[in-house]
Every structure is written in structure tokens, then in C-alpha cells.
Design a protein around this ligand. Structure first.
Ligand code: FAD
Length: 317
């Protein structure tokens, strides 16, 4: 079943999580181990992140520096397919605008279709490190709404250079990202929501949010989404704090706020183990509150580690 079908037919909130493809040279067994720790909690589907090329400068023997493009975590689509068939579960590979031309996107979607993958989370990708501006590939998409339009066209059988008119027997179900604390580049929340609406009008069936630590921000966002006439399910995304450095790292990286109470609790911790325990308690508290507020599911960002998520799900669902 696709994510939209799973949400529609669910009799209780869905538990879902996302994993990163292993770093180059690392085995897929790590991913399997992370999944197996969570299987007993019956995840509805699993997302797999996508990682664009990074620019790396290396110093040559002659003292000049050399620019290289490297992709540290390749393999999102084949990894998702391996997991789908090993565990008989719905998988959602992330598909980025960044690093892809329209033609490469089309080919990736054709590959997914052949692999029996019918879900995708459409994203733009961040600007490269050290840069503030997102730069699309030549012939690629500047915004996710354009990527969603391309997927919707393929669902209708409209390919780039050929209108086959042959609709996919099982069209892609598309999810998109939403930001309860606003996307950093948007001038204000209302504009960001307008852009979110465009993604839904282009064909997205549901929204997954950026992580947040204050449920009130999610509830306000959900209201604004509804007020804007966006009527697709909104799935909250939670990231359990798992190290002391998260106190600064998460706000810096994801442009989100930490509530004062959580900051104070983390400041009392003297080890990563203690911070991890605090993170679990906070996420259980958030999850229970979200579930009682009727969310369709909760999506957990694992960043590759799943033991804390297992405890959170056990304590919340
Ligand atoms: P968009 O929807 O394109 O929006 C980007 C910005 O442009 C926003 O500020 C928006 O308001 C603005 N905008 C949109 N349309 C227009 C327009 N027509 N005119 C002017 N402005 C416009 N990144 C990865 O690299 N890999 C991943 O796997 C990944 N997974 C993620 C999963 C989730 C659930 C979330 C929330 C984020 C994820 N990201 C991932 C990060 C994401 O790529 C970044 O947040 C990125 O900066 C924005 O992506 P988007 O799809 O929201 O972009």
C-alpha cells in the first residue's frame, strides 16, 4: 500500500521512521540491524534520505587545491528496494531537486517504478555547505513544487520528450516537507504556507514536518495549513535529542528553537548518555501529546540510530 492508502486505512496513529543510506564502504547490514530493532513496533513505512554531491577541496602535491564532487551516501533507491523486499514493507525514498536534471529525475522514477516502489518524498535539498543559495542543476528544478509537477506528469504518462498517455498502473504517491517554524529562506510563515500549498496543488498527498520540540508550534502550523485550504494529512516529525552537542547543533542545522525547559534539562546533563535519556523522555512526552491531539502518525528522524526510537515508541503508542 502507498503512504496515502496506509493513512486512510489506519485505525490508529502510524509509527514511521527514516534512515540514512550507509556511508560509502559500509555494509547494508547496519541498516538491517536498525530496522530489526524497530520491527516489533510495526512501522507502517520507512523513509530513506537522499544525499546530494558535496564539494570537497583537496590539496595537491604542487600546493594547488583541487575541487572534487563526492556523494558520501549514495544508493537511496536500491537501498529502499532491498528493504522493501526483505521486510515486505512500504518504503519511501527521498528524491531531491538538487543534483538532478529533469531527465535524471525521470530516469530515477522509471527505475523506482520497475522496482515496485510507488512512494516518494519530494524535496529540494539544501544549498551546498558554505553557500546560502540553492543552485539547481542546469535543466533541473528550482523548487519542490516543480518536481512534484514532473512526478504528476509521469503519473499521467507525460514523459519529457514523449507523451505516451500510458498512465502508470500504480501512480506515485508523493509526500512533501512542511516547516512548523518556517523554512529558513521564506520571508514569513504565510508565504512559506503559500509555497507549501503549491506543492499540494501540484499533486502531493501528505506533508511531513521538519523536527520541532514544542508541540504548540506544530498545532499552530496545522491550523495555518487548514486555514490556507490545504486538506492533506500533516504528519509531525520528531527527532529525539541524542547527545549534548544537539543543544546547539540541531537549532543551527535545522533552524528550529528548543523550549527553555528542554534547554535547562540538557544543561544539567554531564554526559551524552544523560542527554540521550532526557531526549527520550522529551520525545515520549511530545509523542503522547501529539497522539492525543489526533495526528495521523508520527515520523521519527533516527539519523541511523534506532535504539532510542524503540524506547520512545514503546512508551508512547
Ligand atoms: P521547497 O518546497 O522548494 O522550498 C524551499 C524554499 O523556497 C522555502 O523557503 C519556500 O518557501 C521557498 N519557495 C518554494 N516555492 C517557491 C517559489 N515558487 N518562489 C519563491 N520561493 C519559493 N534534504 C536532503 O538533502 N535530503 C533528504 O533526504 C532530506 N529529507 C528531508 C525530510 C524532511 C521531512 C524535511 C522536512 C526536510 C528534508 N531535507 C532533506 C531538507 C530539505 O531538503 C531542505 O529543508 C530544503 O532547504 C527545502 O526543501 P523543500 O522541499 O521544503 O523545498
Amino acid at each position: 500500500m502507498t503512504v496515502a492508502e496506509l493513512i486512510k486505512s489506519a485505525t490508529r496513529p502510524l509509527f514511521t521512521f527514516e534512515l540514512l543510506p550507509p556511508l560509502k564502504g559500509h555494509s547494508i547490514d547496519r541498516v538491517y540491524r536498525a530496522i530489526e530493532r524497530l520491527l516489533e513496533y510495526e512501522p507502517a513505512y520507512i523513509n530513506f534520505t537522499s544525499h546530494a554531491n558535496e564539494v570537497v577541496y583537496t590539496e595537491r602535491e604542487d600546493g594547488l587545491s583541487e575541487k572534487k564532487l563526492i556523494r558520501k551516501r549514495p544508493g537511496t533507491i536500491p537501498l529502499a528496494a532491498a528493504v522493501k523486499y526483505r521486510y515486505n514493507i512500504t518504503v519511501v525514498p527521498h528524491l531531491l531537486c538538487g543534483g538532478f536534471t529533469r531527465e535524471e529525475t525521470e530516469n530515477a522514477l522509471i527505475e523506482m517504478n520497475f522496482l515496485g516502489i510507488h512512494d516518494v518524498l519530494a524535496l529540494r535539498g539544501d544549498p551546498p555547505k558554505g553557500s546560502r543559495k540553492f543552485i539547481p542543476e542546469k535543466g533541473g528544478h528550482s523548487y519542490t513544487s516543480e518536481l512534484v509537477e514532473q512526478i504528476a506528469a509521469i503519473n499521467r504518462g507525460d514523459y519529457l520528450y514523449e507523451l505516451t498517455g500510458k498512465q502508470l498502473t500504480e501512480p506515485f504517491c508523493v509526500g512533501v516537507a512542511g516547516y512548523p517554524e518556517k523554512h529558513i529562506e521564506a520571508p514569513n510563515m504565510a508565504t512559506d504556507i503559500e509555497h507549501l500549498k503549491r506543492k499540494v496543488e501540484a499533486g502531493a498527498s501528505y506533508i511531513v514536518t521538519q523536527m520541532f520540540f514544542d508541540n504548540e508550534k506544530f498545532f499552530r502550523f496545522r491550523e495555518m495549513v487548514a486555514e490556507a485550504g490545504i486538506d492533506v494529512p500533516v504528519i509531525p516529525g520528531l527527532k529525539p535529542v541524542s547527545a549534548m552537542s544537539d543543544l546547539n547543533l540541531l537549532p543551527q542545522t535545522f533552524h528550529i528553537d528548543m523550549p527553555e525547559e528542554l534547554v535547562q534539562e540538557l544543561q544539567k546533563c554531564s554526559s551524552d548518555e544523560q542527554a540521550r535519556e532526557t531526549g527520550i523522555e522529551w520525545a515520549v512526552m511530545q509523542s503522547r501529546d501529539l497522539i492525543s491531539a489526533g495526528v495521523p502518525g508520527i515520523h521519527y528522524y533516527t539519523l541511523g540510530r534506532s535504539d532510542n526510537v524503540a524506547r520512545i515508541v514503546k512508551g508512547s503508542f
